[in-house]
Design a protein around this ligand. Sequence first.
Ligand code: ADP
Length: 774
Amino acid sequence: MGTRVRQLMERPGTADMSRYRPVVAEAGRLEDEFREVPAAELTAAAGRLRASGRAFGKAELARVCALGREAAHRTLDERPFDVQLLGTLGMLGGNVVEMSTGEGKTLVGALAAVGFALQGRRVHVVSVNDYLARRDAEWMRELYAMLGVSVGWVGEDEDWEHRREAYECDVTYVSVSEVGFDVLRDRLRTDVAEVVLPAPDVVIVDEADSVMIDEAIVPLVLAGSVEHGHGDDEVAKIVDTLVAGRHYEVDGDKRNVYLTDAGIDQVQARLGGVDLYTVEHAELLTRIQLALHAHSLLHRDVDYLVRNDKVELINAARGRVALLQRWPDGLQAAVEAKEGVAVSPTGEVLDSMLVQELIGRYRTVCGMSGTAVAVADQLKEFYRLDTGSIPTNVPGIREDEPDRLYETADQKDDALVDYVREMHESGRPVLLGTLSVAESESIAERLAEAGIEGAVLNAKNDAEEAGIIARAGEFGRVTISTQMAGRGTDIRLGSRDGDGYERVVELGGLCVVGTGRYHTGRLDDQLRGRAGRQGDPGSSVFFTSLEDAVMMHHVPDLRQPAKIDPDGRVHDGRTQRAMDHAQRVAEGAHLAIHRNTWRYHQLTKIQREEVVEHRDRVLREELAAERLRELRPERYEELLETVGEKALAAAARSIVLYHLDRRWSEHLAFLTDVREGIHLRALGRETPIDEFHRIAVTEFAEFFGVVYQSSSETFDRAEITSDGVDLESLGLKRPTSIWTYMVNDNPFGTSGARFLEYLGSKVRDGAIKLGLRN
Ligand code: ADP
């Protein structure tokens, strides 16, 4: 057995995709059968496969591949390569497939979607943004049409009717956030006819590692009933006076910040001598903690921008402004206070769900990405998925140079500018990948000083971005971008009409330059992968320095390198390897947070499922009327006579739904409070997670009891007529406006457990005086 094969087999979560080769070969033999037939006959053949009405065996799979290949050839003028069929079969087998950039994953995704649809399944192709969802659906439309498979797409601006129609198609393209928001909105419907989403069935996840691992613990949130938040200017001012190292300390991995004793003294003095560590000041302490987090861990132009008097978050994984995202309310307000901008409205969280939970709802999950094998073990752990690598169609000839490591960031930038100038002078297109918006701008400036004008791409809208990226392979172009993962646009050499291809090939193809390693090697690979597509020439090199963030944060005690050139270049194997080590530490930290958050989340998920299931029965069946009849027989009989059965059932349903939704929202708020450490009674005990579970379970035990108790009281008091029930006059209002957002980095949801542990240790030290509430 070759070493490579053995490595593949030994790696947890990987699966050998070559087992689908015989099916690909069979599809090849079937090709002639379809070559000459009229289009209508292809459609009919697909229809016959669908009519068989069962899950496909090898023979049917080969037929689907052959049909798909012929249809793609005719409609897109692209005949899918064998490796593309292999990828298609890998996904139909329920795997995540890794295929390099430029191998044509969009087409592979469509062929897999066809394969599922013809087996009677309903498919969502989930992308990282709205732009790609629409683009891909439209791009593949003719292909689907020829195979008799209906296709639709959903974007943020689409209205209810459009969504409904799109979700009724066999295949729907939609971004992760939009489908998540639709799930959340559907859970609040009070009329079955308004539900837009059918039951979840198959999901094909594009950029699978980015969605399922990097963003797994991002919560999608539905909030309602506006009230204006209040800024915490006083606390922000106090925190502004604190000095790092003296008054507070930041954790090695830059995720937590703690007040030192000196810091506590300073804050307490400024607050007029209060004792922070008492129960009545627990909330104040939380606000201080938030302000300190905003002050010391979130940086303008790295984590967020201030634009038009608003704080706009930057999605670290994609390096662009994330308009839909915000931090949890308290932290959002703290950052706004820090920057002195108006505080945005806050609401009440009506429901929320992690991305991982959204994906987990589907009966079948599969996915594709340029970089998935590296997280195969995590895809297995969190989704029970296998990951397989698909070879490229043409062997790659890209040259990946070893990193060029410098002692200081300045020396690195100088060397990098020199290198870009040299490439640029020859006319070779250069794509620079930077780590942050701030860096993309400073590099662009330095290049401009050296007379090189680059197109900067960091915070524009998706469509414009795609246009800029598409041109990055033209002769003489310099493109400066943050983060390439999830940009989903192909870079062809030469200009878009195919002009100048040869010229750029002769120069060596696209030259990719990284200005530093990302916090995960997968992002480095996404950047590298932009060069050398489909067997083109190309190269990649990363410029790094000992002052780079990844290095500073994760290998703080680095030894002085053995040999340093006068220009600062470091030649030292041990130091070079430290960079890989730093990345592994960063990845390990993310994994630990993922696991921990998921542990905290599981119980909420189970409780939510119970509530959703119950709610569904209230919505679709006569459960509400039955229960209220048992609880208030006399009132029920009386109303039955005056308003009739139908109106009574509708009124009962409205009442119960109101209290069910209300109670769930309160329960969620309660759980958040528990997690955030406001309920200090959790702290004296040993393990926070056990304590969290105990509190959550106890609280939930009364959930339905309280719902029906409140419902009975409303049932007694409300005016119920044949026109319906008047809840508003009792002050029972559903939220008038609802909105959705994604929470970026939840300091309490993620490292919150550690914050609890920290507070817990203070309790045990006797630093916090516990006045237990009960
Ligand atoms: P990926 O997402 O894997 O990077 P894309 O789906 O963006 O790749 O496709 C890259 C390019 O390859 C697109 O321009 C597409 O039209 C082209 N392409 C895909 N499959 C084929 C094929 N079988 N023959 C020719 N061109 C193809």
